[in-house]
Design a binder for this molecule. Structure first.
Ligand SMILES: [Zn+2]
Length: 292
């Protein structure tokens, strides 16, 4: 898809299953199951939509899915469905790992930074970091952009957050000297900037893309699906829901007023959409659901 002089492409890293209730927080199942039908174990299938941004100056990858490093037990627990995966998707876009200049992680939960790193050598093929398993950054020339606060929280998890953070996805990046920690709003290359969208985590960032007078926003888990455009819809993973609510109110007004294209990371049907006001009410206008 074109955005001014830029090209923006959604790339799928497959999907996984989670409990449907966690995706919709306080919204009762009787309501959310109308839009997303759960299986017999109350689970729903969550797609992983990453984004490749090609600007005249750089190739930028936003979020890297769930990756390919997990053992059978983990893959089975979350019913990870691949292919498609990010490596295949990038190849389809004629983009090699070496060509990626920047990786931006909205945050470091395991479904957002899986392809940050890959196994270079795995003689034992057992647990993470064991024996001779060597894990390295997937994108050898890339700088990885993460909020300072998120980095702190990912490296100091607590009982509530521990299961979401897998160090194997980001410590090798630091060890390789490829990490850039930013604090709040920051331009990464002309036309691509990160903005701090606190709520899901306190160091969460979204990516604002601007070219030729057109704007797009990749929300990450700030608004994981188009259903979460509703102010009352929050996931139960959100650690700061009240801050999220107020920020969401502010940003959705800008989305409507300035005609931003929204990109949803976990929506099975709507990847790109606008929001327009009709008779005083916000109405979602999906434009494209194409993925590589
Ligand atoms: Zn997520």
């Amino acid at each position: 898809m074109k955005l001014g002089q830029f090209e923006i492409i959604a790339i799928s890293d497959g999907s996984f299953l989670i409990d449907g209730g966690t995706m919709f927080g306080v919204v009762p199942r009787i309501l959310w199951q109308k839009i997303w039908k759960p299986d017999e174990l109350n689970r729903i299938e969550i797609p992983l939509n990453c984004l490749l941004i090609k600007t005249p100056k750089a190739k930028i990858l936003v979020d890297t899915g769930i990756g390919n490093k997990h053992d059978e037990k983990f893959r089975e627990m979350y019913k990870i469905k691949q292919p498609p995966d990010l490596a295949v998707g990038l190849a389809k876009c004629n983009t090699t790992f070496e060509e990626i200049d920047f990786v931006i992680n909205t945050h470091l939960h395991f479904d957002h930074c899986g392809w940050n790193t890959i196994v270079k050598q795995d003689k034992q093929n057992t647990n993470y970091g064991n024996g001779e398993r060597i894990v390295v950054p997937t994108f050898p020339k890339a700088k990885y952009v993460i909020q300072k606060q998120e980095w702190y929280d990912a490296t100091h998890p607590n009982e509530r957050t521990r299961a979401s953070y897998l160090k194997i996805n980001y410590i090798p990046v630091e060890e390789a000297g490829q990490l850039i920690l930013v604090d709040g709003e920051q331009e990464i290359v002309p036309g691509v900037k990160v903005i701090n969208t606190i709520g899901h985590t306190r160091g969460h960032q979204s990516v604002l893309i601007e070219s030729g007078g057109k704007k797009a926003i990749y929300w990450g888990d700030f608004m994981p699906t188009s259903a979460h455009v509703k102010l009352s819809y929050h996931t139960s993973f959100d650690l700061y829901p009240m801050e999220l609510l107020e920020l969401k109110r502010k940003y959705l007004k800008m989305v409507i007023d300035e005609h931003w294209l929204m990109i949803f990371e976990h929506d099975p049907d709507v990847v790109f959409a606008y929001l327009e006001e009709e008779k005083g009410k916000p109405v979602l206008k999906p434009v494209c659901n194409e993925k590589s």
